[in-house]
Design a protein around this ligand. Structure first.
Ligand SMILES: *[C@@H]1O[C@H](CO)[C@@H](O)[C@H](O)[C@H]1NC(C)=O
Ligand SMILES: *[C@@H]1O[C@H](CO)[C@@H](O)[C@H](O)[C@H]1NC(C)=O
Ligand SMILES: *[C@@H]1O[C@H](CO)[C@@H](O)[C@H](O)[C@H]1NC(C)=O
Ligand SMILES: *[C@@H]1O[C@H](CO)[C@@H](O)[C@H](O)[C@H]1NC(C)=O
Ligand SMILES: *[C@@H]1O[C@H](CO)[C@@H](O)[C@H](O)[C@H]1NC(C)=O
Length: 323
């Protein structure tokens, strides 16, 4: 009798043990096959669809040894360029490791070659002690944990001191560069030693935005014409290359023998054309600022208080606010 009880108990124990082993095995399997939390986090930062990253492209990436900095993908091309470069610059200055949502990299990769900041997907299987917290403090050097930069981040204070590197980072793809040069040649009719001045004219929906945010209205043609005359006096042979979301207005208001209004190019191509110019005249907005940054040379900006372009002009000797 006693023996039997003992045997039953043993049997029970065995079944229980087997059951526990099975449970552990199943949990482990499920764990392995479920999407790592980091991928879900990365997707939560995306505003455009993301293709899976090829793991082979992660071969140089190891798990982070320092706290990381990343950002949410928001806005159009100009915004996304700020998001990418702000992560890179903050990482450099504050001793964090930079990671970018894959979707943002995929957007920029259509235009630029050899981007090096790795996507978050590459550290999908690493464990982070805490998820990045939003860095809203003015001085990010005070944060020593993982950082998520503010939405629509633009950090000229961090980026401007590193501007030479920035121009190296945003290298347009070869076919885009070739097309820019072809269009500039065509504009100047093959003439040599022409000084090209990119003129960025932002209109359409910006009217409403300017009213709401700055109680201001769209800049008048006088602003552009005055600055164009400055260049006409300074250089013997000059060509103004106008990029705008409203080319018709530019043709009506700015037309002259030395003015060409670009039409029907993609926004990416227009940006590359601005970047290929020698100097810039810009009104406001992120996009024109990028064109001028990548062009280098002298930049004249419209005096719109607190605007990004004004901030840039306060940090760069070759940028001038037109009063
Ligand atoms: C940059 O990318 C191009 C093509 O996308 C490639 O041919 C070139 O080797 C790359 N350069 C470097 C330095 O990685
Ligand atoms: C993460 O682990 C999964 C499952 O082992 C694997 O398929 C995937 O390639 C890994 N990702 C990276 C970026 O190493
Ligand atoms: C942030 O603070 C540190 C130390 O107080 C200082 O060295 C650094 O210049 C500051 N950076 C910015 C961008 O204000
Ligand atoms: C907005 O600008 C107009 C014209 O410049 C001015 O009359 C008005 O007082 C301004 N409104 C505010 C709220 O500043
Ligand atoms: C001006 O821009 C053109 C077109 O990109 C370029 O070929 C030329 O070298 C530039 N000139 C100077 C002085 O940089």
């Amino acid at each position: 009798m006693r023996r039997l009880v003992c045997l039953t108990l043993n049997k029970k124990t065995i079944y229980l043990t087997l059951f526990i082993i099975l449970l552990v095995f199943m949990t482990a399997t499920l764990w392995t096959y479920s999407e790592p939390k980091m991928l879900a986090y990365e997707h939560s930062l995306c505003s455009s669809p993301m293709k899976p990253i090829e793991v082979a492209s992660c071969h140089r990436v190891q798990c982070p040894k320092k706290p990381i900095v990343t950002v949410r993908q928001l806005g159009r091309l100009g915004n996304q360029m700020w998001e990418y470069i702000s992560v890179w610059a903050v990482a450099k200055v504050t001793d964090h490791e930079p990671y970018i949502p894959g979707c943002l990299i995929q957007t920029l990769e259509k235009i630029f070659q050899n981007l090096t900041v790795p996507p978050l997907s590459c550290i999908a299987n690493c464990t982070l002690e805490t998820y990045p917290v939003e860095g809203k403090v003015d001085n990010l050097t005070l944060l020593d944990g993982n950082i998520l930069l503010q939405n629509y981040v633009q950090l000229p204070e961090y980026v401007v001191p590193l501007l030479n590197d920035v121009k190296q980072i945003f290298q347009f793809k070869e076919h885009i560069v070739k097309e820019s040069q072809r269009l500039l040649q065509k504009a100047s009719d093959g003439e040599k030693n022409v000084v090209y001045v990119g003129v960025h004219v932002r209109r359409t929906d910006y009217s409403e935005y300017l009213k709401r945010k700055y109680n201001a209205s769209l800049v008048k043609s006088e602003f552009f014409l005055k600055q164009m005359n400055y260049f006409r006096i300074k250089y013997k042979s000059v060509m103004f290359v106008v990029l705008s979301d409203e080319p018709k207005w530019c043709e009506d208001e700015l037309a002259d023998d030395d003015v060409v209004v670009m039409k029907n190019n993609s926004p990416e191509q227009d940006l590359a054309i601005m970047a290929a110019c020698n100097h810039s005249i810009i009104d406001y907005g992120t996009y024109g600022v990028w064109g001028a940054i990548l062009a280098g040379g002298d930049t004249f900006v419209y005096n719109l208080k607190w605007d990004l372009a004004i901030k840039m002009a306060s940090l760069l000797p070759d940028w001038h606010i037109v009063v």
